[in-house]
Design a protein around this ligand. Structure first.
Ligand SMILES: Nc1ncnc2c1ncn2[C@@H]1O[C@H](COP(=O)(O)OP(=O)(O)OP(=O)(O)O)[C@@H](O)[C@H]1O
Ligand SMILES: [Mg+2]
Length: 231
């Protein structure tokens, strides 16, 4: 539910501030470059990809950016649940049908934020995402929106995120503070590097309240949402 997204529920919270910091860091990481499309992925399931990318989308929208969030997790779609919109149709239909993307763009209760849901789960997500239609769609959307965020499956399990990474201008890797295997994170980075992805940094998620990380480097401690953003 949209109410469970902290940046919507409580924009003044420290957690929401951490998302604004993340947004600023992304902007600064791309001075001189036109970062219009950002993909969120991680090494493993349940790391917090969808949580981070949806809060980041809200944060961009709140700053006045014309924002589009596309649920490119065609295997385990969740954006429709967060934003309480329909998943009867979505990007999977668009790719298969000869249709206008406008028919799949849904408004949300967040001003400036629109969402394309995933749609019915197809048998062949990677093939669909590989199609020229997706490439052309993303190119045209980039001229309509200020910023586009993509949610995706984990990068190690399936190739979808790698495919999307080649189309995105930047990738953020989400990693839970505890439980992430360094080897898995390195593997995720390697897989993204292999396709020439522009990995902007790592968002360290689920950092415990009293973690030391809040006191050093660029660590940001904010409630349960904790972003550590670095190159
Ligand atoms: N910082 C956080 N604090 C507390 N709970 C969190 C945090 N980040 C994510 N969660 C919770 O962890 C669960 C998994 O999060 P989420 O669905 O965002 O992960 P995911 O990486 O997108 O998973 P999947 O691989 O299934 O797509 C959800 O119940 C979410 O509410
Ligand atoms: Mg997810």
């Amino acid at each position: 539910m949209i109410r469970s997204l902290i940046t919507f529920k409580n924009p003044k919270s420290k957690a929401s501030e951490s998302f604004r910091t993340l947004r600023t860091n992304i902007q600064f990481s791309s001075v001189g470059k036109n970062l219009k499309m950002i993909l969120g992925t991680s090494s493993a399931p349940s790391d917090g990809k969808s949580t981070i990318i949806s809060n980041l989308a809200i944060t961009y929208a709140q700053a006045g950016y014309k924002t589009l969030l596309i649920d490119c997790d065609l295997r385990k779609p969740t954006m429709h649940k967060y934003f309480v919109i329909s998943n009867n149709t979505g990007i999977s239909n668009y790719i298969i049908n000869d249709d206008d993307i406008k028919n799949y763009i849904q408004a949300t209760s967040v001003p400036n934020l629109e969402v394309v849901a995933s749609g019915p789960i197809p048998p062949n997500p990677s093939e669909l995402l590989c199609s020229d239609k997706v490439k052309l769609l993303f190119q045209s959307l980039k001229s309509t929106y200020d910023i586009i965020l993509l949610d995706a499956p984990p990068v190690i399990a399936v190739t979808d995120a790698q495919i999307l990474a080649t189309l995105a201008d930047g990738v953020i890797l989400v990693a839970p503070h505890s439980g992430v295997e360094k080897r898995a994170l390195a593997k995720a980075k390697e897989l993204l590097d292999n396709v020439g992805a522009n990995v902007l940094g790592v968002v360290l998620n689920k950092v415990p309240e009293h973690s030391e990380i809040r006191y050093y480097g660029k660590g940001y401690y904010y409630g349960q949402y904790n972003s550590y953003y670095t190159k």
